[in-house]
Design a protein around this ligand. Sequence first.
Ligand code: F6P
Length: 342
Amino acid sequence: MLRAGVLTGGGDSPGINAALRSIVRFGFKKGVETIGFLEGWRGPIEDLTQPLGINDVSGILTVGGTILGSSRTNPFKVEGGVERIISNLEREKIDFLIAIGGDDTLGVAHRLAEHGVKAVGIPQTIDNDIAMTDYAIGFASALEVITDALDRLHTTAFSHHRVLILEVMGRDAGWLSLFGGVAGGADVILVPERDFDVEEVHRKVLHRKARGKHFSIVIIAEGAKPAETNGQIVAEAEVDEFGHVRLGGVGQYLANQLSQRLEMPVRVTNLAYLQRGGTPSPFDRILATRFGAAAIEFALEGKFDVMTAVHGMKIEPVPLEEALSQPRPVDPGLFYLLDLFE
Ligand code: F6P
């Protein structure tokens, strides 16, 4: 029996457990035994494990989050972190790792390849900002939360003749804001890829009012930048172990600016961590199941330092070097959706 170690790192999302279930069940069928490392890369560093047998993954297809726990631990920021991982993998007789997470988690897997660690990555982040895959696990489920929120905001905005602003996640990429805005019928969609001009937003709201629409819905990504300052609005300047600040507050910034210009009331809702909760959407359950099985297949084929990637209907291995060497902003070919009805 080959032994696989699996870990889940970075921002969680629905769908991770569906991937764990597939790794364990498909792996069992292929003669691979799986153990779970807890709390992202902290698990291999501190040898925190739990068994992951068929019974341990029973019933988790529909459960959000990750039964292994997550963290933003960076082994390359921990004294002796890499050496401890290597010795723990030997101690646990791990033949290969499967790392589920975003660019930070997968970036560690890629760097460990130079130290002889065999790993396959599975892209997972609600931000959907990992290059060379059409989708990452979590994006579709977060979109459902955002769409439902916008549907709910429409009825109260209409009832009170208000401008309602919804701030959504997506650290540096506007996939959630763009696709969520289209799905939820937002009147104004603001993304990090295009600095926003408060006057332009003000004009769009007045234009709607002139047509008898005494309410407007604005969706804005947490990483969107006001043109006049060209800087992201930060909730917490303290950086995590991968150098990321915690974004937040751009929705309130825009509300304050609009309130100075409009007679209409302006209110803000920040969806924050609701976007990371709940049961996985059917799309994410299918994607995660396919990615989990593919990760086992690629490992058995000796394909390491790669990640599972979906291209249309195909699942293919993509070198982590290539996928992680480039950001994945919203495709400019989709910008037409930002003002489709203007
Ligand atoms: O990386 C996914 C993400 O949800 C981002 O959209 C968000 O900015 C960040 O994680 C929040 O990080 P944390 O969960 O550490 O607050």
